[in-house]
Design a binder for this molecule. Sequence first.
Ligand code: ME8
Length: 519
Amino acid sequence: MDSFFLSTPIYYVNAKPHLGHGYTTIVADAQSRFHRLAGEKTFFLTGTDEHGDKIVQAAEKNGQSPQEYADHISGLFSSLWPRLNISNDYFVRTTDPGHKKIVQEVLQKVYDNGDIYFHEYGGHYCYGCERFYTEKELVDGKCPDHLTKPTYIKEKNYFFRMSKYFDRLREHIETHPEFIQPERYRNEVLSMLKEDLGDLCISRPKSRLTWGIELPFDSNFVTYVWFDALLNYISSLDYPDGEKFALFWPGAHHLVAKDILKPHAVFWPTMLMSAGIPLYKGLRVHGYWTVNETKMSKSLGNVVEPLTMATKYGLDPFRYFLLREMRFGSDASFSEEALVGRLNADLANDLGNLFSRVLSMTKKYFGSVVPACGELTQDDREAIELGTNALDNFRELFPRFQVSRSLDALWELIRFLNKYVDSQAPWTLAKQGDTARLQTVMYILLEGMRKVALHLWPVMPTACETMLSQLGIDFDLQAVDLAGESGHWSGLVPGTKVAAKSNIFPRQELRLDQEESVA
Ligand code: ME8
């Protein structure tokens, strides 16, 4: 059996979660659920990144110790996820003693390999990004992400000799197109590697920062945040000897937004090379949610709270909107108008309407019992072929993180089924007394709805379980044979009792008045 491991970034605990964090974690949840549905052993990891200057600064502002503050904000993340139906297998905190131990072990290993050296360095440091910027990277003298002026810092620190591995990394990226996707980010990393990126500063003197993990080879220093944070991906799997590491690391995928492309595409693989650990399999990179053309971020104070949206418009519709609206890799702009527009068009009109019409006709003509499918006409065969192709496309695109496009494919089927209702006109067949034909048409529709609800489960788990139960099916993950769905249009058992009616996605009104936080 294949195994699949997917991580989100571990989020900084300097402010509470917003839509950007919600989006990444929902994408990861949907991917993990898809792989579980496909019968793979899956491990889905998220967590919080708790060390570094900006956590200390945020804690001070709040009148708390860094640990108290980290506990508080980390708790906001870990308690938010179940409310968004996030099915992570583990929640890691970089202040966990187990994580700290592994960070020290790996640091020692890299040090023993001769890949860490001591050196004086001066540079433009952005506290928001927790990293130094070169003159060239700054825009108008400011950090391009936080739009703030960095601080010039000069001090002696430890450096990781990552430049030693650049040729190997470039070759790996060139020979493994799936390593970094979408393609534009793969190209971006290849061009980064053409420049002189230098080595990576990995420490802070304790005189300046104590809130970090002590270097095992010099107790006057703590690790620089990235060396600490990135190792969460293997400390959570009980590296080096844990069963989880053996099982899941070969199928490891990381999901991030483009802000942290470089740490994941350059720092992390070179760290792995130096420590003698096989590289992860894939890095998947998405764009930004923006509000009025500006990146949504806690430091810019223009955030949307995911729980507020989920509470107003329903969790599953909200998840659907995020996954459908953003083309993976590109930026997308968030507005409640767009959210409501899409929910009404796709969910109320297309999907909700299909369930409502077909179930009420099944009640009217067959007492809410699934009829048997008879002989197929040319129209039916075409419908089944279109449906099979749409679902094959869906299953092909979804695990490649092309979720929005996979949903386009699924909606082709949903819209087609609505048209098929109109073209086959069950009401006319009933009037004509053509029961055999009526049975077949209704069966094709009901089975199509079953397939739609099953495939859509990773995106809208609760709504899909309801839709399946309306079709008389108790959702059972273990019993699903997703790959097998391609070969038949006969999953629904004739004689099954279905619901008399369905109003799963009622029309939504824009509710701009309810702005209060529910977090
Ligand atoms: O970078 N649109 O943590 P972080 C889309 N601790 N996604 C967004 C977003 C937006 N406007 N804003 C944030 C860190 N995100 C480090 C990571 S990993 C070893 C350490 C999401 O709290 C997106 O996933 O700043 C982005 O990469 C992440 O939050 C950054 O989270």
